[in-house]
Design a protein. Structure first.
Length: 171
């Protein structure tokens, strides 16, 4: 709620309460104060509705982004620019709105989803790490290892070996 509208509404309520206690307003001034109060309340409600519509629009955009990321995860050419072009938005605008709701940038989200995709393959398949990097949408083995280590504090091969050892130990 807008602070200015809140203050105006509060002041008008105080004026009306003061009038109730002290009977110092003329009938016209009292009616004018009530009208001002109603106008201010209406403006405040309209601000709330408009902000709600903006949030719904932002959520709709983010849902489209998430769907497109999922559909294009394994494509190394998939980028924030291509995503923005597909949705007909400026990349900076799209990233700003995504980050306001998701608390991370679009590129970080895409990389995180690619890493999540690779985790399953590292444990459940015998594919080479290079093939898993490619299947997960990374443009290079080197980039995959760098991003993986940054997020998991270990290399993909160490992750694979660790989880395979856990599986053997638990069997």
């Amino acid at each position: 709620m807008d602070t200015i509208n809140t203050n105006v509404v509060r002041e008008l309520f105080h004026a009306l309460l003061y009038e109730q206690e002290n009977k110092c307003f003329t009938e016209q001034k009292y009616q004018a104060t009530v009208k001002l109060l109603l106008i201010s309340l209406n403006e405040t409600v309209m601000d709330i509705i408009n902000n709600s519509k903006k949030n719904e629009n932002n959520k709709s955009i983010v849902n489209k982004v998430i769907q497109l990321v999922y559909e294009n995860l394994s494509d190394p050419g998939f980028s924030v620019k291509r995503l923005a072009d597909t949705l007909c938005y400026n990349p900076d605008y799209l990233n700003r709105h995504f980050k306001s709701l998701m608390k991370r940038s679009l590129i970080e989200y895409i990389i995180d989803k690619r890493i999540e995709h690779s985790l399953v393959a590292l444990i459940d398949s015998d594919k080479t790490i290079s093939a898993i990097a490619e299947d997960s949408g990374f443009s290079s083995y080197r980039d995959f290892v760098h991003q993986f280590k940054r997020r998991k504090d270990m290399t993909p091969s160490n992750y694979r070996n660790y989880h395979r050892m856990l599986h053997i130990t638990n069997s």
